[in-house]
Design a protein around this ligand. Sequence first.
Ligand code: DAH
Length: 339
Amino acid sequence: MKEKLEQIRAEVIKKIDTSENLDALNDIRVSVLGKKGELTAILKGMKDVAPEDRPKVGQLVNETREAIENVLEEKKAAFEKAKREMQLKEEVIDVTLPAKKIKIGHGHPNTIALEDVERIFIGMGYEVVEGPEIETDYYNFEALNIPANHPAKDEQDTFYITKDILLRTQTSPVQARIMEQGKLPIRVIAPGRVFRSDEVDATHSPCFHQIEGLVIDKDVTMADLKGTLEQFAKELFGEDIKTKFRPHHFPFTEPSAEMDVSCFKCGGKGCRFCKNEGWIEILGCGMVHPHVLEVCGIDPNEYTGFAFGVGLERIALLKYEIDDMRLLYENDERFLSQF
Ligand code: DAH
């Protein structure tokens, strides 16, 4: 029996030594230690061994089993180590390879222009406020001196949601909302989206942006309006820019004006950019109408103020000499990344 066991042991260890992979090792384990394995068969045959020899034989079998298991484990560990080393070699990372470039986003011309305008007015002590894009007829028209059937309603062809609710056609309703709050004095700008039922072309879009301005205080005059907007134009377009105020009509201001700036392309001589006029219109403005102040709960005998409305796209187009507004909305990265 002893020889038999030693023979098994020597043969199995040799097989293990020459085995080539984990699968082969497993086959060997099954063939020796498995249910139908050689050693298992010997254990099963113990009943034929004389009772006095059984402990001795049992011990021998166990020793053999342990020895084989140890060698199996060692070999298995060796195979696994080799496999891991192979994997590490295959998956090696070359840290000297150039990194993938991360594309960093870029401000939209509208955003850049808005930030410019905000910076200028914040510098003059203004606060930036916002109002709703879905507005009532009351704030968009009525409170601004534009009653039903007023021709100004026609000029701003509107998207109605119901008879009384609409997409605001201008940022001017924010004026009424701020005045109503009753905190005086007021010095705000209110940028935001506005909507008009306009056909898309090079200078029109059904959705665009305005920046509203409003100042209400004691003793505010037209001189304050002119000084402020002149300073704004110079900071935005350059110190050499000249401004010109032309009388105009807006229902919510009296007197009203439009401000032109001298063409910064030709300096006022006249060119294609300013359509040979030498001047470019950039905003509407005026002294807040006493009736609007009253409707919004402010005493026009005590307070006066001025307001203005700038088209944001217009500023962006002028600033970057873009000749078609549609380019601002196409989101073509090749176009946008130029600014
Ligand atoms: N809301 C006017 C428009 O959309 C622009 C405007 C003109 C705003 C004069 C003003 C203003 O605040 O005083 O055409």
